[in-house]
Design a protein around this ligand. Structure first.
Ligand code: ATP
Length: 413
């Protein structure tokens, strides 16, 4: 079954409130085997809400709407629903009693304005709200069931659990998802390798997203039973991993720092960093993970040339001749960090994150990476990352972690 999620309120359309309700509801619908096919946000406009309700009801068998059930002038959802159903509103005496009781229990008197919250379109059903004054509404338009919940997230969530979740999943339909994270290849190259696995009419579906240079492959499997959905999910994931090979570093929420941390722990080795343009970001990413003291010795954040010279021993002539963003400087930084820390590996980063400081030879986004390891020649690589300062820094930190991952797994000679 498919569903449409309708979010109602000026503040959502104006971008003043982020629509977390829709994200939460989508997650829960998928967990119940229902596929959300559309999120619609509508302003507090009676005509627009009624139209959105009618459109949503035509599109799917299930509509979940939040917001606009309050007592104020701009709370228009119930009126718009009545318009969409072509019926009148009437007071529901049980709901009115519950609202009066809500106020009485808090030592307050209900003002007249709150009476509107006890009104429902003829033929609709009120849904109890244990956490607030606004009851929800369940209605039918044709064969579509529509639920209207308050916008306040905590009330909305409770009412979902109480009134909607128990009615779903009875037919056994299940949707399962998995994420395979990769680094080292652009999104279109990944798509090329996945080929027909990404066909839109296939089950499980396969799609990609990118963040910080990490390309994630999302697999979603729909089945009549949990076992069937899982079987298909695992088969597709295995095929995705086979096609992508060594660029796969983890699953679901695993980061590059998680992957590197796990590998270092397994082989009992340690790492230190020498960071310039990333200002300690690699160290932060590594230490975000609990237990990182087992393998992370520390970062030398050497931003100024003087620090690179005095702390890491980068030669003054190197900095003068080649500059701080150069192969010679990044190599000396990695080797300096290895010597000073006594670690098994040292990674170094120096670059121009922008927006200023670029030149014709070294444009903004130019970053050098070094990797030193005892008994092996130090390697250096240059990359040019497009984008703003934060993006360049995040991609650089991930690139450095990936270099280390490739070396530990012997993919980097
Ligand atoms: P109430 O009776 O409490 O007024 P309501 O149904 O009228 O309930 P709204 O007035 O639309 O709810 O929203 C109440 C608050 O809930 C908003 O100020 C906003 O902070 C939050 N909210 C509403 N919709 C959303 C949403 N889609 N995502 C996240 N927060 C929301």
């Amino acid at each position: 079954m498919n569903a449409v999620i309708l979010s109602i309120g000026d503040e959502l359309v104006l971008g003043q409130t982020v629509d977390t309700n829709a994200a939460w509801l989508s997650d829960r619908l998928v967990a119940c085997g229902v596929m959300p096919v559309m999120h619609v946000s509508v302003a507090d406009d009676r005509g627009a809400i009624a139209e959105a309700i009618r459109d949503a009801a035509e599109r799917t068998k299930l509509v979940i709407a939040t917001g606009g059930l309050g007592p104020t002038e701009d709370d228009l959802t119930r009126f718009a629903l009545a318009d969409a159903m072509g019926v009148e509103l009437a007071v529901d005496e049980t709901a009115l009693g519950a609202i009066e009781e809500f106020f009485r229990a808090r030592g307050r008197t209900m003002i007249d304005r709150n009476r509107v919250q006890a009104m429902k379109p003829a033929g609709a059903t009120m849904l109890e709200n244990p956490l607030g004054t606004a009851p929800g509404i369940r209605a039918l338009i044709g064969e579509t069931t529509l639920y209207f919940l308050p916008g306040v997230p905590v009330e909305m969530r409770r009412m979902w659990e109480l009134h909607i979740e128990p009615t779903l999943g009875a037919d056994g339909a299940v949707i399962l998802g998995a994420k395979i994270n990769t680094f080292g290849m652009g999104e279109s190259d990944v798509a090329e390798k996945l080929g027909e696995l990404m066909a839109r009419d296939r089950n499980p579906t396969v799609g990609t997203t990118v963040e910080g240079g990490v390309v994630s492959v999302r697999v979603r499997s729909a089945g009549d039973t949990n076992a069937a959905a899982r079987r298909e999910l695992e088969a597709t994931c295995a095929e995705v991993e086979k096609r992508l090979g060594g660029i796969v570093f983890g699953h679901d929420d695993a980061t590059l720092a998680d992957a590197v941390g796990e590998m270092l722990k397994r082989c009992g080795r340690t790492v230190a960093c020498a960071e310039s343009c990333t200002g300690g970001l690699v160290g932060k990413m590594l230490t975000d993970r609990p237990g990182s003291s087992a393998y992370f010795l520390g970062s030398f954040v050497t931003y100024a040339d003087a620090m690179k010279r005095e702390v890491l021993g980068v030669g003054a002539e190197v900095l003068e001749r080649d500059g701080a963003v150069s192969e010679a400087a990044v190599t000396a930084m990695a080797e300096g960090a290895l010597d000073c820390s006594g670690a098994d590996y040292a990674v170094s980063i120096t670059g121009i994150a922008g927006p200023d400081g670029g030149s014709a030879q070294k444009p903004v986004g130019t970053v050098w990476f070094g990797l030193a390891q005892r008994g092996r020649p130090t390697v250096a690589e240059r990359r040019r990352f497009p984008g703003e300062r934060d993006i360049v820094r995040e991609r650089s930190a991930n690139f450095a972690l990936n270099l280390l991952r490739l070396r530990i797994s012997d993919q980097l000679l």
